[in-house]
Each structure stands twice: as structure tokens, then as C-alpha cells.
Design a protein around this ligand. Structure first.
Ligand SMILES: Nc1nc2c(ncn2[C@@H]2O[C@H](COP(=O)(O)OP(=O)(O)OP(=O)(O)O)[C@@H](O)[C@H]2O)c(=O)[nH]1
Length: 382
């Protein structure tokens, strides 16, 4: 209800601002805090109203909101990061009593010399600061200044300032909680991304692992079936890697695996090509939508590039350098009653058989599944 001058009562306006604050977003929240200070300043007939927030366990403070009557100079910009070395008496008052009420700045005690000088610099005659408390913690204060005139602060002034202080403290608590929530959310997203990449990348070589391969193979098969395009799978296995490890040690073995992974990535840079570590000393290359001859060419150039890297392997009976064998399965999948899993299984088994044939027929070479079938028939014949 409005009074005789047509003004709404102070408590009613503050209650309206408080209601608006509860449902407002971050930007409007700041405007509503500013409105609350303006209402406080106007109703209490002060010259300046402001909020300071404490930091570093109430040893530092900054002016974060300020309202000034027309003609009164603002000081917010210069009142940042003030410490208890700058204003020791003031900090002590706030920490101990959580209020500071000064009717006459000239009558401040001797130990408040720094404070008196600061208030006089700002032409403040009377000042009042009421602490804002969150739980048990002093988080800041709401203050009012009288400029160029003295004033005896009344109980009504104190009640009004405290009311606005409580409302702002609750609002700041909500803002802090929201910011903290956003921070936690950001940290969770980063952790999730890391977990995701750790779950799909091989720890030693940094290339996709078997899990990633599985996903990609299913995706590529679906695409190949949909568009009636070819799909190839190459399984690569380092030759005599056990004897390499035995002669040069496991660490050198790890280095060799990293080197092979790097060669594979260099050789397979098209978007239709995908390289993964299958496990142990085995790697897999998926090649989508590429003709058989080109896939064979790519496979052969991988075999050559690995030997050309000249990683010494004195215990190999094929070459004095590390070599690898490749089994290739080329497929033009047709839509039939087979499930994707069955298609995947067929391709992997077939490439694996071809790899076995490559090993059996001398290593350091590529064998395709078609030739592997011929080789196995030959073997049966002998
Ligand atoms: N250094 C190292 N060695 C590995 C790793 N994973 C598997 N190996 C080794 O790879 C070797 C594979 O040996 P085998 O499966 O007997 O095959 P191979 O000696 O390569 O013989 P062929 O495949 O027939 O040419 C084993 O000695 C494994 O310990 C690894 O991450 N690091």
C-alpha cells in the first residue's frame, strides 16, 4: 500500500525486488541488486550505498556494487582488492562485530587513523557498514555514506540496511552456487572427453584401439551395404616379433610398435582409410569404397615401408630388418539375411586366414583372401 506521499513502503519495494530476484537470470540479477541499493539509498536518504565482497578469509575486499545520489562521485573503480594492511582497524571491526557504525568520522579512535584518512579523502562524514553473512561465513557488507554532512544512524536505518544485505547475500549465494555448478559441469565435460578418448585410443601407440575399430567396422559395413560399395579389411602382424623382443628387449619392442603405428598412419591418410591396433603386435586397416587393385597397392606399400624403416632384426630369417605380413579381405557386401555382426565376423576371419597364409608362404608380404584359398588348396594337395 502507498503512503500519503504516494510512495510504496520500503519493505514492500524490497519484497518486490526480492521476488523478481528469485526468478531472474544472471544478467537481471545484477540489475535487481542495483535496484535494491537505489531503493535503500533513496529511502534512507543517504548519499552512497554499496556492496563490498570479502576474499582470502576476510583479509581482502572489493567494491562490487555502488549506487550514488545525483552529484555524488562514485569510488567503486578505485576500491578494489583492499587488504587488511590498508585498513586494519576496519577489517578488525568487521571480523569481530560484523558491523561498523560511525556517526562522525572525525571522532574515530586514534587506532583508526588509516580509516579516518580514507573516509576524509572521499569526503565522508558518517558511514555505516553491516556485514552480509552466508551460513556462518562473513562474505561482505552493505554500506552507506553521508557526504559533506553528519548523521546519527537510527535503528530503522540499521534494520533496512540489514534487510537489503540479507537479500543480496542470498542472491550472491545463488550466483556462486550456479557458477560452481557450471565449473563442476565444465570439469566433468573435460573429464568425460578424456575418458572417451582413453576408451577409444590405444595407450601405447596413440592410434584407435580395438573398441574404436569395432565401432568403425560396423559403421563402414552399414554404409557399404546401403550404398553397395566395396569394403576391405587388412590384418597386419609383425614378423617374428617374439624373437625381436627376446633379442632387443620389451622397450625396444614397444618403440617398434609405435613406429609401425606411425608408418600406418602416414600411409593411410584418406578419409576412407582407418588404422587401429588390434592387440599385441597386430594392426588392422579398414579401406572403404576402394577398388581391389588399389587396396592391394596400399597394402604392398605398407609392407615395403615397414621394411624400408630399417629397424634392425638380426634374428629374423626373412630380412635383417623388421618386417610385417598382411592378410587382406576384399568384400562387396550384399544385403542378405546376414546381420552386421555376422558380416564383421566373416571379414575378420577371412582376413585372419589370409594373414596366416601370408605367414605360411614366407612372411613380409600381402596375401588376399582369394589367394589364401588357393594357397590352402595347394597345401591340401601336397
Ligand atoms: N614389446 C611388446 N611386445 C608385445 C606387445 N604385445 C605383444 N607383444 C609380443 O609380441 C610377440 C608375439 O609373438 P608371437 O605371437 O609368437 O608371434 P611372432 O613371434 O611375431 O611370430 P609370427 O607372428 O609367426 O611371425 C610376443 O612375444 C608378445 O609378448 C607389446 O605391447 N609390446
Amino acid at each position: 500500500m502507498a503512503d500519503q506521499t504516494g510512495q510504496k513502503p520500503f519493505d514492500q519495494i524490497i519484497s518486490e525486488i526480492s521476488t523478481a530476484l528469485i526468478s531472474s537470470d544472471a544478467n537481471h540479477t545484477l540489475i535487481h541488486i542495483q535496484d535494491a541499493l537505489a531503493t535503500l539509498g533513496t529511502y534512507c536518504d543517504t548519499d552512497r550505498c554499496y556492496v563490498f565482497e570479502f576474499a582470502e578469509q576476510v583479509t581482502e575486499m572489493s567494491n562490487t556494487f555502488e549506487w550514488c545520489r545525483t552529484g555524488i562521485s562514485p569510488h567503486m573503480d578505485e576500491l578494489q582488492n583492499l587488504t587488511d594492511h590498508d585498513l586494519p582497524w576496519f577489517f578488525e571491526q568487521m571480523r569481530t562485530h560484523r558491523v561498523m557504525i560511525v556517526d562522525d568520522v572525525d571522532k574515530l579512535p586514534d587506532e583508526a587513523g588509516d580509516e579516518r584518512a580514507e573516509f576524509q579523502r572521499e569526503a565522508i562524514y558518517s558511514v555505516i557498514c553491516i556485514g552480509m553473512v552466508m551460513g556462518e561465513e562473513l562474505i561482505g557488507f552493505v554500506g552507506c555514506d553521508m557526504v559533506d554532512r553528519r548523521r546519527k544512524w537510527t535503528d530503522i536505518d540499521i534494520r533496512r540496511i540489514r534487510l537489503v544485505g540479507d537479500m543480496i547475500a542470498n542472491t550472491l549465494q545463488r550466483i556462486y552456487a550456479h557458477e560452481e555448478l557450471l565449473n563442476v559441469q565444465r570439469r566433468l565435460e573435460t573429464a568425460n572427453q578424456l575418458l572417451q578418448s582413453q576408451a577409444t585410443l590405444d595407450g601405447l601407440t596413440g592410434i584407435p584401439n580395438r573398441r574404436a575399430l569395432d565401432e568403425r567396422l560396423h559403421t563402414e559395413l552399414r554404409r557399404a551395404l546401403r550404398h553397395q560399395r566395396s569394403l576391405s579389411l587388412m590384418m597386419l602382424d609383425i614378423d617374428h616379433f617374439k624373437s625381436f623382443n627376446d633379442r632387443y628387449g620389451h622397450l625396444k619392442g614397444d618403440e617398434a610398435l609405435k613406429c609401425v603405428a606411425k608408418i600406418l598412419q602416414q600411409q593411410c591418410q584418406r578419409s576412407t582409410e582407418f588404422v587401429a591396433r588390434y592387440g599385441g603386435e597386430e594392426f588392422v586397416i579398414i579401406v572403404a569404397d576402394t577398388e581391389f587393385d588399389q587396396v592391394v597397392e596400399l597394402g604392398n606399400s605398407i609392407v615395403e615401408a615397414i621394411e624400408a624403416e630399417c629397424i634392425s632384426h638380426q634374428d629374423s630369417d626373412i630380412s635383417s630388418h623388421l618386417t610385417a605380413s598382411v592378410g587382406l579381405h576384399f568384400e562387396r557386401p550384399n544385403v542378405d539375411e546376414r546381420s552386421i555382426d555376422e558380416w564383421v565376423q566373416r571379414m575378420v576371419e577371412s582376413a585372419d586366414k589370409a594373414l596366416y597364409a601370408a605367414k605360411m608362404s614366407g612372411r613380409n608380404q600381402l596375401v588376399s583372401s582369394a589367394r589364401a584359398a588357393v594357397l590352402s588348396t595347394d597345401r591340401n594337395r601336397h
